[in-house]
Design a protein around this ligand. Structure first.
Ligand code: NAD
Length: 453
């Protein structure tokens, strides 16, 4: 369903009126398109404290499509009142990995305060942090402070601008994450903290325009909605896709598969032998990317919820995810270097009236990811992450009553709902071999929704 308010605020009278009334001012987000696949413009690279990663970060930034500079004063972009938006920095990277005590946090303020106002519409602020130390409470306090800082900045920026914190051990392992965040693909991801747990860099031969080439992907629940968008973006990025959905959705599923040059696998994911049937459909080459997207809702307050509305939600959203993940790892169907992305929800973080079943199932996904990720990586060489969508414009949310729908759309830092493609872009980044250092993460694709923040 079209977001008429967003369209209205995109017109001059709409902007005037909503500003006078103090109403939300969403900016049309700049997403990936074949004509505009990259963020373009200046990239301000700043450092707070001493960074051990400065040179390596600089060489990664030089490989993006942005024009890095480290001197805010050399650019007209820091004169906010006079500079045209085209000369404002499209992104600012602040390397705060060297901040190891709280007095050094003043460097964060000193670096960003003079430039933050000048960041272009739809621009990015990315703060690089270090892992929080369990043994040095001064370092831990200072690094944790960055989280509150970034989450607040995301709420202040407005005009389609986003803020993210990336905690990293090595710059090389963070390259794919930085490329994602510094691109239009991350338009609806803000206020997030992403930890790059690995240290190895990407393959030197990595094709950044088609980072999934040579990989085979299975997407569940792909006959429509977010799953269809995920299959489409994975195919765009070079993956060979196998799309799975219930047999009753076969006609739509075949249409999606044909359009993407992929294969349709009609199958109810809750079947006891779903893992084995997927394994035999994917033999002999196996699977590199497994996206658990299929999901259902059966909303009702707990007091009114019969077991036949509770059990199917648990089965589809959680138990089948555990069962097929276990089966595909143990059978060796998931190749080493592969990636699993499971779909949670902000309801699994914040809870929601009428969704005890759904929120429990989605919180369960987060538990699964956090518990299994280290073992999956060590034993099977497979990463495991979750995406947690917020309010996404789909058939599911079009059915939500008007006022609740409007609240879902506006109650986030970007003041609008996301699109299925936003979840798909995040899934594609987490699915790339080059993202092998990212595991155990729950990444919200919610425009920094106030729910669960
Ligand atoms: P949707 O209802 O449009 O699509 C879900 C798909 O899953 C359907 O094609 C359906 O047939 C399939 N499916 C259901 N049960 C299945 C089963 N047993 N076996 C195989 N396939 C099955 O939903 P959507 O909005 O695209 O949501 C996709 C995922 O994102 C779900 O996990 C959902 O919980 C999650 N999510 C969505 C939103 C949102 O705002 N739309 C928000 C948070 C999370």
């Amino acid at each position: 369903m079209a977001d008429r308010y967003l369209n209205f605020t995109g017109t001059a009278p709409g902007r005037f009126l909503t500003r006078r009334l103090g109403l939300p001012q969403p900016s049309a987000l700049r997403r990936w398109s074949p004509e505009h696949p990259h963020l373009e413009g200046e990239l301000l690279h700043l450092t707070a404290g001493e960074s051990a990663h400065e040179a390596e970060v600089a060489s990664i930034l030089a490989r993006t499509h942005l024009k890095p500079t480290s001197d805010p004063s050399s650019s007209p972009s820091t004169s906010p009142s006079s500079s045209p938006s085209s000369s404002r920095p499209a992104a600012v990277i602040l390397d705060a990995t060297g901040i190891s005590d709280t007095p050094a946090l003043s460097d964060v303020h000193a670096a960003l305060h003079p430039v933050v106002r000048s960041v272009a519409e739809n621009g990015r602020v990315v703060v690089l942090g270090a892992p929080v130390s369990p043994s040095d409470h001064h370092q831990a306090a200072a690094q944790q402070a960055l989280e509150g800082f970034v989450r607040s900045l995301g709420k202040e920026l407005g005009r389609g601008r986003t803020a993210t914190l990336v905690r990293m051990r090595s710059a090389a392992a963070a390259e794919s994450t930085l490329r994602f965040l510094l691109s239009p693909r991350s338009a609806y991801v803000s206020g997030q903290v992403i930890e790059v747990v690995g240290e190895a860099g990407p393959d030197a031969a990595c094709d950044w325009d088609r980072p999934l080439s040579g990989r085979t992907a299975l997407v569940t629940g792909a006959a429509r909605g977010i799953g269809e968008a995920v299959a489409e973006v994975l195919a765009r990025d070079g993956a060979q896709v196998v799309v799975l959905d219930v047999p009753s959705a076969q006609a739509d599923l075949v249409r999606v598969a044909d359009r993407l040059g992929g294969t349709a696998l009609p199958l109810d994911i809750t079947a006891d032998d779903a893992g084995e049937r997927i394994a035999s459909a994917l033999a002999p080459g196996g699977l590199d990317i497994l996206v658990h997207n299929a999901g259902i809702t059966r909303d009702r307050k707990l007091a009114n919820m019969p077991a036949d509305r509770w059990n199917p939600v648990m089965d589809v959203n959680l138990t089948s995810v555990l069962r097929t993940t276990d089966a595909l790892l143990k059978s060796g169907t998931l190749n080493r270097g592969g990636s699993i992305v499971a779909t949670a929800s902000i309801a699994g973080i914040a809870g929601n009236v009428g969704q005890t079943n759904y929120a429990a199932s989605k919180a369960g996904i987060i538990g699964l990811v956090r518990s299994l990720a280290p073992g999956a990586l060590a034993e099977y060489g497979v990463t495991l992450n979750a995406v947690a969508p917020g309010f996404i414009e789909t058939k599911m949310t079009a059915a939500v009553p008007l006022f609740i729908r409007e609240a879902g759309r506006r109650m986030n830092s970007l003041a609008q709902g996301g699109l299925p493609v936003d979840v798909a872009e995040t899934t594609a980044w987490l699915s790339a071999g080059a993202s092998g250092g990212v595991s155990g993460q729950v990444v919200r694709v919610c425009g920094q929704s106030l729910l669960g923040s």
